[in-house]
Write a protein that binds this ligand. Structure first.
Ligand code: ATP
Ligand code: MG
Length: 423
């Protein structure tokens, strides 16, 4: 137990964190390009926020939340998704009083869901999410879809399929609920246990079930798109016009409904095909009534969430190499007595912005070189007896084996020159 992380969690090791930093950098840049600024909200919130925001009938609220009583007897839940917390923050800080829309993103936000761990499904995962509050126009929906598409394409992910749908609004959806319920009524005995429950509470969710048996049952179900009200229909047409104008290929997929209650009108998923089947890497949509439902003004909003683990998984699956920065630029090696000079040199190099290190484990000179090689440092800087006596240091290009001896105070400048030559 002691040396085993809880099931469904994953460490990011020091040797692999550069991969995360790489995609995080691209994500920040993608968000900034469209005017989204970062928001950071707590990892836990009052349970009520999710029950109210995400919806009592969702799998998330019914089965998947990490909920506990804190010492003050409050019911607390670890964030099972990012939107409700962002909306709470938007309201609490009166951000709606500023000029709208209010565009925000969160990066690397830990998300907790008690799900059955499997490939691409963890109990703690991390999301890049964007929320745009106060924008009713479909241009905002399209902007988000394009942002996600551009980001994933730039990262090199291929076979991306943009799936869009509209699930209507409180005006037109009840009619569809009725139609879907009628359709499912004859088939309910063939649905999984969860879907039998969903049939009673929220039939739309049956469309979202990933079990092949249920998917077969809903194959010929009526489509929400046939019963959209004029407003929702016009909105969906606008969205398509924007995507057409941008030339991004997309698919209208009336089976996409998303697992959360707060969605209205647009819902979308970016799906890739892997050898293990389809994988949704990004999902989002419009939630025009969430803010009001949380006690705020009646303000429309739209957003998406993208799983970082899934992005990394896809990069792996497609064999896309992420450039690994050299751990050190310089490794300082020294002979027995000259530890303090070596230490001084390392610190002076660091003061000049050069990534440097030395042995801290009492290795022999030979073992220091071996270790230096292992770190991949392109340059070594050695202080032997002669160098110590003359106040010099011997620099060596580890790849070409070229050497030169320079006064110790010039070492930094010389290394920077060598760095330039490499570039
Ligand atoms: P799925 O349909 O795969 O269960 P979801 O609809 O529950 O996904 P969202 O709540 O929309 O997913 O979350 C947004 C994104 O977060 C997903 O598209 C996916 O990339 C990622 N994600 C969701 N759940 C997990 C999980 N358990 N482990 C890893 N990544 C996840
Ligand atoms: Mg899910």
């Amino acid at each position: 137990m002691l040396t085993q992380a809880p099931r469904g969690t994953r460490d990011v090791l020091p040797t692999e964190s550069y991969r995360w930093q790489y995609i995080e950098g691209k994500m920040r840049a993608a968000a900034a390009l469209a005017g989204y600024r970062e928001v950071r909200t707590p990892v836990f919130e009052h349970t009520e926020l999710f029950a109210r925001g995400v919806g009592d009938t969702t799998d998330i609220v019914q089965k998947e939340m990490y909920t506990f009583q804190d010492k003050g007897n409050r019911s607390i839940t670890l964030k099972p998704e990012g939107t409700a917390g962002a909306a709470r923050c938007f309201l609490e800080s009166n951000l709606y009083a500023d000029a709208l829309p209010c565009k925000m993103y969160y990066l690397n936000a830990p998300i907790f869901r008690y799900e059955a761990p499997q490939n691409g499904r963890l109990r703690e995962h991390h999301q890049f999410g964007l929320e745009c509050f106060g924008a009713p126009e479909a241009t905002a929906d399209a902007e988000l879809i394009l942002l996600a598409f551009r980001l994933l394409s730039e990262l090199g992910i291929q076979n991306l399929s943009v799936n869009i749908n509209s699930i209507g609004c409180p005006n037109c959806r009840p009619k569809y609920h009725g139609m879907l319920k009628d359709y499912l009524a004859d088939r309910v005995e063939h649905l999984c246990e969860d879907c039998k429950n969903r049939f009673e509470r929220n039939p739309l969710r049956v469309l979202d079930c990933k079990k092949p048996g249920c998917q077969a049952q809903v194959k010929d179900a009526p489509s929400m798109l046939d019963v959209l009200c004029d407003d929702c229909k016009a909105h969906f047409e606008q969205l398509q016009a924007c995507l057409d104008a941008a030339g991004v290929p997309y698919r209208i997929n009336s089976r996409i409904v998303r697992g959360l209650d707060y969605y209205t009108k647009t819902v979308f998923e970016l799906i890739t095909t892997t050898k293990d089947g389809n994988l949704t890497v990004c999902g989002g949509g419009r939630y025009d009534h969430l803010v009001e439902q949380l006690g705020g003004p009646d303000l429309p909003a739209v957003g998406f969430g993208m799983g970082l683990e899934r992005v990394l998984m896809l990069l792996d699956a497609e064999g896309i190499q992420i450039p690994e920065p050299a751990h050190y630029e310089v490794f300082v090696t020294y002979m027995g007595d000259h530890r303090i000079q070596a230490f001084h040199l390392v610190e002076s190099l660091r003061n000049q912005g050069i990534r440097a290190d030395m042995d801290h484990c009492g290795r022999s000179l030979k073992a220091q070189f071996k270790y230096a090689n292992k770190t991949g440092a392109p340059i070594s800087a050695t202080i032997g007896d002669e160098e110590a006596e003359n106040g010099t240091v011997k620099l060596k290009n580890m790849a070409t084996r070229e050497e030169c001896t320079v006064p110790v105070e010039e070492a930094g400048a010389r290394i920077l020159e060598m760095r330039k030559d490499e570039e």
